[in-house]
Design a protein around this ligand. Sequence first.
Ligand code: NAP
Length: 283
Amino acid sequence: MSAQIIFGKQISDSIREELRMEADRLKAEGVTPGLVVIIVGEDPASQVYVRNKAKACEDLGYYSEVVRLPADTTQEALLALIGEYNGNGAVHGILVQLPLPKHIEEKAIIDAIAVEKDVDGFHPESVGNLMIGDDALLPCTPSGVIELLKRTGNSPAGKHAVVIGRSNIVGKPVAMLLLRENATVTICHSRTPNIEEMARQADILVVGVGVPKLVKKEWVKPGAVVIDVGVNRLPDGKLCGDVDYDDVVETAGWITPVPGGVGPMTITMLMANTLTSAKRSKK
Ligand code: NAP
C-alpha cells in the first residue's frame, strides 16, 4: 500500500490561520508582532527567502522591516545595527539572513542578537535552553518537523526516531526536539557504520543530509513515518529530497514530498516564533 503523503503546505496554511487569529487578538491588546530581516549582499536565493519572509509578515498583519545592506558592509556596522534593533520595542524578532559575506563572522552576529528576539533559534543561549528543556525560541525547520508529525497524528512519544544528519541547524535540534517529545532517539551521520540497518529500525525516520535520494526502500521499515528535510537541485533543475521518494513511497506509512513537505513549514514557524516573542514582550 502506498504511503500517506504529508502535505506541508496544507498544514502550514492552517497554522498560519491560527497565527493570524492570535496576532489579531494581540494587536487588539496593543501589540503588533514585528520582524526585521537584515540581508547583506545580493545572493539571489537569499533575496527570494527574504521576500518570502516579508510577504508572510504582511499576510499575517505583522509589522515588517527588511534592511538591505551592501556586500561590503563591515561587521562593526552590522553589529551596531543589531544593537539598535535589540532596543527597538516595535521589533520582536531579528533575523539576519545567512550566509553572510566571508569578511563577517557569522557567530559574532548570531551572538549579538538579543536572545528573546532570536527567532531563528541559533543563538547559543537558545540552543542551551532547548537542550535543558527551558522556554526557548525553537529553530524553525526542526520545530516544523515536529508540527508535521503531531498534526498528522504521528506523535513521537514512545517511538524510535532515527535522525540522519547532525548539523546544528537540522539534525541536532530535530533530535533534541524528538527527545523532548519522548521519542527514543538515534542520531546517524557520515561516520555511522551500517546506517541502512539503523534507519530500518526507525518508527520515525528524519533525514537531513544534503545527498539527493540517499535513502532507498531498503532503509525504511514498512509503515514508518519518513520526514525528508533535504532540498537538492538536480542537474535538470528539478528539486529533490534526500529520500528517493518514488522508491520509498510504497514501503513507508507516511512520507513528506520535496518540494511541498518540510519546506513550507520553515517560514511558518518563523512567524510563530515572532508571535511568541511579541506575546512575551507584553509581560
Ligand atoms: P550539513 O550542515 O551539510 O549537514 C549534513 C549532515 O549530514 C552532516 O551531519 C553529515 O555528517 C551528514 N551526512 C552527509 N552525508 C551523509 C551520508 N552519506 N550518510 C550519512 N550522513 C551524511 O547540511 P544541513 O544544513 O543540515 O542540511 C541538510 C539538508 O537539509 C540539505 O539538503 C539542506 O538543503 C536541507 N535543509 C532544508 C531546510 C528546509 O527548510 N526545508 C532547512 C535547512 C536545511 P557529518 O556530520 O559526519 O559530516
